[in-house]
Design a protein around this ligand. Structure first.
Ligand code: NDP
Length: 472
């Protein structure tokens, strides 16, 4: 994938954990396809090439080295607060017939030491679980300096224990007031913004240590820009990989924990948990479970192989994901809409259909890239290319060029529908995610045109639609 502007914002705000593609043991197809695999392997063999990538020419993302990154660093936290401002216990924004917006919930402070302490304790608990629990070990791709890092992967165990404890103590024993999260949502959001900013500062400073392997895109020499994009490729404390950990553990698991806390609040304040809330929580839990089940897939994503770890990813992982992706659950605490059986069935059907498409497409490509002779993919029609890797032109990938995005978006839409049609605010995720995927599709298209040249044009002639068959 190429590095153009908004894409990186999108990646930041949407870590690649949902990636679905698992290329654990690259085969011939995968070896050629892996990011920079050939070049990196060559570098590994040639000691003379084992040196830091030096900044040569800069193609700045986000509208230049100063203004864009500064606006984004201020603007994205502002969006998180704006969502609270636009929808909370006092009401939800309406556009028509008369524009109305509730404003900040009066009972909530912007900052509290208690919320900061809770956020830090949550992060520390995730670190402790990750270190203490057993996990499988997987090697990442070959790095530009020829090394391959080993990762400990146990996100699923972390999630089962964290959510299990929350359910047991909050709902079964009733000794933990999970609804506290709802009452302290704004100071907790502030804590996540402060924590991710502090972490970014640490990452920026520590990236200047001798021997740190720097990411090409975040090593321009422009401080604000490098702070934002991320200088060091794989910052670690010992064998503890900060980037992989933050991408998957505290943010993603924190997201579904916030969902459960919202359900708890609804339960304690109204005496029951609404059907819509149950649907939203179940859908989000399934999504995160899927991401952690396929945890090894993250090791071949751009976030891990190419991007530095800076504000963009740190904020995206630790603040944006947990506090904007849980929006529907927060809205439902105060604005639960009754759902008919037919509506529930339709929403579940949409979620299942989206998941079928998302998982089917991602797993098909993954299997094909790992072992094209596997009986499940051996019968697919393919287009041979000069690059050496083949492109699938039947099955899921014959329907549309990014049918996996379509499935993902349909799932996202099914998360919003349980909130009913009272306001547009709970649909933030579906709108934002559609923009993200449409842009990501364009970006991958441009990257594939570079990778495959005229073969890509041939492929586009065979598979005509980008994401939505017969429409787009
Ligand atoms: P893809 O998994 O679609 O990967 C694109 C790459 O796949 C191409 O560059 C190409 O690489 C290969 N490819 C494309 N077409 C074919 C084909 N016909 N046959 C074989 N290989 C092909 O992209 P992403 O990594 O962007 O997305 C992965 C998943 O992550 C998606 O389901 C997406 O929805 C999800 N996602 C979710 C986000 C969220 O916030 N929830 C954010 C971003 C992504 P090559 O040929 O080199 O192998």
């Amino acid at each position: 994938m190429s590095h153009d502007g908004p894409q990186t914002v999108q990646r930041a705000m949407a870590p690649t954990t949902r990636n679905g593609t698992m290329r654990g043991e690259p085969g011939a197809e995968a070896a050629a396809a892996t990011n920079g695999g050939v070049a990196a392997a060559a570098a590994a063999k040639s000691p003379s090439r084992r040196r830091q990538p030096q900044p040569q020419h800069h193609e700045f993302e986000f509208f230049g080295p100063y203004l864009g990154p500064l606006c984004i660093m201020l603007g994205l936290p502002a969006v998180c607060y704006a969502l609270v401002y636009a929808c909370n216990g006092s009401g939800c924004m309406h556009l028509a017939p008369r524009f109305s917006i509730p404003g900040f919930p009066p009972a909530q402070r912007l900052f509290s030491w208690e919320a900061l302490a809770v956020y830090c304790a949550w992060f520390a608990a995730q670190v402790a679980l990750h270190l203490a629990l057993p996990g499988k070990r997987r090697q990442g791709v070959v790095l530009p300096d020829g090394r391959r890092l080993t990762y400990k992967l146990n996100g699923l165990q972390n999630m089962v224990i964290s959510l299990g404890a929350a359910l047991f103590l909050g709902f079964w024993r009733r000794s933990l007031d999970l609804g506290w999260v709802y009452d302290n949502y704004v100071p907790l959001l502030t804590a996540s913004v402060l924590f991710s900013s502090g972490l970014s500062l640490y990452l920026y400073i520590s990236s200047h240590a001798k021997g740190a392997l720097l990411a090409h895109g975040g090593n321009t020499g422009y401080r604000i820009y490098d702070f934002f994009i991320g200088r060091e490729l794989n910052p670690r404390i010992g064998s503890f990989d900060l980037k992989e950990f933050c991408e998957l553990y505290p943010g993603l698991i924190g997201w579904v924990l916030i969902d459960l806390a919202m359900a708890h609040k609804q339960w304690t304040s109204s005496g029951s948990v609404s059907t819509g809330m149950l649907l939203v929580c179940a859908f989000h839990v399934l999504y995160v479970l899927d991401a952690l089940w396929f945890e090894p897939a993250i090791l071949t994503t751009m976030d891990i192989t190419t991007d530095g770890f800076g504000f963009m990813l740190a904020f995206g992982d630790l603040a944006w994901v947990p506090f904007t992706y849980s929006l529907q659950a927060r809205v439902l605490v105060d604005h639960a809409t009754p759902l008919s059986t037919a509506a529930v069935a339709a929403i579940i059907a949409l979620k299942c259909f989206g998941y079928l498409v998302f998982r089917g497409a991602n797993s098909q490509k993954d299997l094909f890239r790992r072992d094209a002779t596997h009986p499940r993919v051996a019968g697919l029609r393919t287009l041979p290319t000069e690059r050496g890797t083949r492109l699938i032109v039947s099955g899921w990938w014959g329907i549309a060029r990014h049918i996996n995005y379509t499935g993902d978006w349909l799932m996202g839409l099914s998360w919003c529908l349980p909130t009913g049609f009272q306001s547009i605010v709970p649909y933030f995720y579906a709108i934002y995610f559609l923009c993200l995927l449409l842009h990501r599709d364009r970006r991958d298209d441009a990257a594939c045109r570079i990778k495959y040249g005229k073969d890509w044009d041939k492929f586009c002639g065979i598979v005509k639609y980008r994401m939505f068959p017969l429409i787009y």
